[in-house]
Structure formats: C-alpha cells, structure tokens
Design a protein around this ligand. Sequence first.
Ligand SMILES: [Zn+2]
Length: 485
Amino acid sequence: MIIEEFEKEAETFHQEVYREYYLVEAGLKEELNITPIYERYAHLFTEEVVKEMLGMAQDRRGRYLAEFATLEYLENLVKGLTEKISNAMRQATVEWEGQEVPYHNLIPLISNEPDMARRHRLDELQREVTASGNPEREQRFRKVHEKARDLGFESYIALCDQLRGLKLPWLTKQMQFLLDETKEVYSPHLEEFLSGIGVPMEEAARCDILHLFRGRGFDALFPEEAMIPALTNTLAGMGINLAQQENLELDTEPRPLKSPRAFCASIRIPEEVKLVIKPRGGPDDYSSLLHEAGHAEHFVNIDPDLTFAFKRLGDISVTEGYAFLFHYLPLNHYWLHRVLGIEDVDPWIRFALFRKLFFLRRYSSKLLYEQELHTELEGAEKRYVSLLGDNLGVAIGAEDYLDDVDDAFYCAQYLRAWTFEVQLRRFLENHFGAEWFASQKAGEYLISLWRRGQELNCEELAIDMGYDGLDIQYLVEELVSVQSG
Ligand SMILES: [Zn+2]
C-alpha cells in the first residue's frame, strides 16, 4: 500500500470513529457501534500493512503513520479482551446497604463519602470487582508483548519508545529527579491535608486521597453559571471570539444520555470540532472544560493544508500541553481575580498545587512501574504496591496493578506535556506579562503554534522558544513552591 493511499484512508477511518464516539458521548445516539467501522477498514491494520509501514518509517511523516498503524493493529488484536473487560466492569454491581450499586458509580460514591470507615469498605468492594478482570488484563498484555516481538521490536517498551519518540530512558531519569526533589515538600503537606479530613497517616489509603481531592469546600468558588462565561471571556481576552469560530461547536445542551465529563471531539481537523459539556460547576468541572477547550482551540486553528499525519498524529504531548495550559488557569491568581472575581485565592491555590504535586508523583511512579510491568509481568503486583505506596505515602491496593496502566505509555505523553506546559507558560509570562491570558498578542502567538498541528514535537517547540529542549526544572520549581503557599 502506498503511503498516500494509507494516509487518506486512515483519515476517513479516524473521522468515522470520532463521529461515532461523539454522537454517543454527546447523548445523541444510544449505542456505540465501533466494530463495523473497524471491519470496514480492517485492511489498513493487517500485519502485512503494518510491516510495510514500519519499513517506510524513515522520515517524520512515515514514522507518525507507522506509529498509528502499529498501535491500531495491536489494539485490534486484543479488541475481544478489551471489550470483555469493559463489558464485565459495566455490568458489575456491588451490594451496599441493601442496594445494588453499579461498579462505575463507586468512585464518585467513595470521593463523596465523608466517613473514613465507610469509605474504606466501599473501596474494598470496588477493588474486588476490579480484580475479577485481572486474568483477562494479564492475557491482553501477554498478547501485546508477544506481538511486539513478532513485529521485530526488542520488546513492547522499545516499540512504544521508538514509534512514539518518548525517549523513555531520559524521561525516567527526569521523573526520578522530580520524585527526589519534591519528596521533602510532599510528605508534610500530605500529612497536613489528610489530618484536615480526619485521616491519620498510618491508615491513609488511595480512597482517602480521592475524598481529599474531591475538595467540596471549594465548590462555591466555581459556580455552574459562571463556567461558560469564564471560558468565553478568557478566550476573548486572547482575541478569540468563540461564537464566531464556525468550525467549533460549543454544545452545552442538557441531554439525559450526555457524558457527565467535558470532552472535545476533533471529527475533521480543522473543519469540524465539538466541545461538549454538561456544566455542573466545581473546580474539577472547570478544569476539565478548560482542558478540553485547549484541545479544541488547538484543533480548530491547525493549518488545513497540513497532511493528516501532521494534523492528527505526531506528538500527542503537544496537544496535551496546550490542554494543560488552559487546564491550570484556575491555579493562576491573576486569572482567579480577573475572570472569577475571587479575592482570597491562597487556600485554593495551595490545595490545587498540592494536588498537582500528587498527580506528578503518581504519574512519575507509574512511568517507573509500567516499564517494570512490561518487562516482567511476574511479581508486578508487589512492585506496584511498593513503588506507588512509597512515593505517594498512602496504602495502594494490589488489585489495581493491571487496571491502573495506560496503553502504550500514555503516562509518558502526559509527563512530557506537563513539562512542556510550564515552559510554554513561562515563555508567555516573559513575553506577554503575568496576565498573558488577557493579551491579544499572546493569543496571536498561541494561534501561530496551534497552526502547526503536531508536526513538531514538544522538544522542538521548546527549542523554538529559546530553551535547550524539554527541561523538568521549571515544573519542579513550581511544585516545590507549594511550601510558600
Ligand atoms: Zn487531554
């Protein structure tokens, strides 16, 4: 198959899949029918085509297309298992106080449960169900590992690292540095925040962190009715008129089947992008709307003349970095003053920064753990508990050791994006001032970056901004500043 032909078909495949997800998640269609689409395009993801694409992966475009073909091929091979696990989890229920509670409702229930003993019991029920899917999860990983070697890679880790350009050995060192540098500031804050919700350190578990970070006390700062105006005003400050962006549809209509979480569907880039939300208010809802708006602005501003490989494929950390730039606006005290009119921002910022620190330590630990897991499945359970438990300072349930894993090292893409985002933000502050989000010039600069799609990776974009490349130092500096909060 010639590369142009593959790319053209990959683009229509992608559009059909995204449209189907959009319709279901937006509550416009009842049932998800992805399998017929995969069947129609099955000829793109055969072993023969994948090997052919891998053979043509010399230049950038070829590598992006080879990555796409290979990862879709691998997922296609284990699709039966993926579906079996997700159906079992969707149908699972637990008995709680005489009621059947769906497995998927347990996390919100745990997050909102103020009583520690009840929270721990709910967590135990949740983990039991998670564990019931582990035999299939293990089988799924074994199959993917084996196929990676069949394709000529040394391992599944090598496949992800090479095709996605993750630089895993380098990234691992950076994240080990982050864990070391933030350890001292993390532990006392953890203890203090947990004691604030009545949890002694010796008894603290992951479910207590869920409850802590639910942060109900801050809901009033982020009211539902101010959410969409906060977004449109922020964009207007950068010279972007959301109402006039014809290729971006903001869907806020309440539909019963609509997903409770905001999402961005980039159906045709840049011609047809949807930003879908069911506004509820609260800090998490704000962050997720802003995050998805960051993706949406990136996608609608991409140069339509770029080839599919550079519009949609390439370095995913780039779009995640733009999403994080908006996602973390509620950690910016100038933004909180100007856009939401909040006077006393310090308690919230301190809390939110500690939460970010927790996430960075968690994802850094996941990066270390996932490399061990994909090297040797045997004994991974123990490593999961000790690695994450030691770095996070709370008890970690062994049952999650296979469920808490992102396919193809998405955790590495997030870590690269977190690193890149702080560098981009510092650049914006240095050139357009602390209130860069209210500067038309900053908006113009961002649009010039967004236009380039994902042809350049985040190292190259950082170099364009005058850095030596990705540099973890800026992120670490921000995280240790939680101290002075
Ligand atoms: Zn994202």
